[in-house]
Design a protein around this ligand. Structure first.
Ligand SMILES: Cc1ncc(COP(=O)(O)O)c(C=O)c1O
Length: 374
């Protein structure tokens, strides 16, 4: 049996519906920021209990626009070092300096303590990342501390479609949340991003930024330095159709994760990350014991068992990436260890129990081989 790293699920009915809608869009000539964009925004906001949603061209754009509406230029913005480069880029492009912080080993996320260790006199905002779709159960302690200090919290929710903690969805813990619809994400529009917020001012400014800073769609008065961050109508309709399946995709992903949890509980070789938390399982995070060679584990799983692990989140922390070299301020040991060791088991929105069981058996067999060789 072959289990790929990711599978992007569009049923034949969905593909036919999208093709029909794209044909109508092309015939109408209304190709961008039209009816379908509004529908996608309304549906996404409803699915996340969010008062407002603004569709944009990517998750990176969503994050940069939020940071621009918060006027962080000239200040420091704390980000976890174990994130995608786009989180750091958005901070830089919004005119701020990224300050990389360490994270907690059991959530892969920032906490009150790790942010306090990274605070500077110039800290304007903190971007929390729900890595793999996991909302850290102690997020409330972090946001309470930031509120006391008057520092804004922003969520990079690129991984966290439908993730919930204590009845609240990702995107509702800070001033605004940025989602990505890149193809491998739980919901995709091909390319795209979404800003969710309960702040009317952020919503209004985001609408201006995404369309070249124009005061209105039809006018030509530019009041902010925006960009071509619009979402096209074919992308929007693709996202709307995919989003309808969010509840069933989450149910499948959680069923697979529960199977992995049950098989790995008490395992001597691996620690499950975030066990007991509620995630959308964009990624199923696992920490092999120290000394297990990750590259070899992945190679054996693929070559002997046909199991491809999903990509790490992330293989190298940003403070060790060449492009961010000048922003590094010393070691961040927890994140360095997580990045070096963790693996992500494959989870698909249409994964069968047989596939999940094959992954479990392959992992156990491979661990035995590697442990014997140690
Ligand atoms: C944590 C994180 N932030 C931001 C992004 C950027 O999203 P996009 O690729 O849609 O620009 C991604 C995308 O993979 C991501 O994983």
């Amino acid at each position: 049996m072959q289990v790929p790293a990711a599978r992007i699920v569009f049923s034949a009915d969905d593909r036919a519906e999208i093709a029909g809608a794209v044909s109508e869009i092309l015939a109408s000539g209304a190709l961008t920021l039209g009816r379908h964009t509004k529908e996608f925004e309304a549906a996404f906001a409803a699915a996340h209990d969010a008062p407002y949603a603004v569709a944009v061209s990517s998750g990176t754009a969503a994050l940069e626009i939020i940071l621009r509406t918060l006027d962080v230029a000239g200040g420091d913005v704390i980000v976890p070092t174990n994130t995608f480069a786009a989180t750091g880029y958005a901070v830089l492009r919004a005119g701020a300096t990224p300050v990389f912080a360490d994270v907690e080993p059991d959530t892969f996320a920032l906490s009150r303590a790790t942010v306090e260790a990274a605070l500077t006199p110039n800290t304007r905002a903190v971007v929390g990342v729900h890595i793999g779709g996991l909302i850290a159960p102690d997020i409330g302690e972090l946001t309470a501390m930031l509120d006391e200090r008057g520092i804004v919290f922003v969520e990079d929710a690129a991984h966290a479609h439908g993730s919930k903690h204590e009845g609240r969805y990702a995107g509702s813990f800070g001033a605004a949340g940025a989602f990505s619809f890149y193809p491998t994400k739980v919901i995709t529009s091909g390319e795209g991003g979404m800003i969710v917020t309960s702040d009317e001012r952020i919503r209004d400014e985001a609408l201006i930024y995404r369309d070249q800073g124009k005061a209105g769609f039809l006018g030509n008065v530019h009041i902010k330095q925006g960009y071509a961050w619009r979402m096209s109508e074919p992308h929007a309709v693709t996202g709307t159709v995919h989003l309808r399946h969010l509840p069933e995709f989450l149910a499948v992903r959680r069923r697979v994760a529960a199977r992995y949890d049950a098989a790995l509980a008490g395992s001597e070789g691996f620690d499950v990350v975030g066990a007991g938390s509620v995630s959308n399982y964009y990624k199923y995070l696992l920490m092999p014991q120290p000394g297990i060679d990750r590259a070899r584990l992945k190679k054996e799983l693929k070559e002997r068992h046909g199991v491809s692990l999903s990509g790490e989140v992330y293989e190298a922390p940003l403070h060790q990436q060449p492009v961010f070299e000048s922003y590094a301020r010393g070691g961040l040991p927890v994140a360095e260890d997580l990045c070096a060791r963790h693996v992500c088991l494959p989870v698909h929105s249409d994964m069968t129990d047989e596939e999940a069981d094959h992954v479990i058996a392959a992992l156990a067999a491979t661990y035995q081989t590697l442990a014997l060789d140690r």
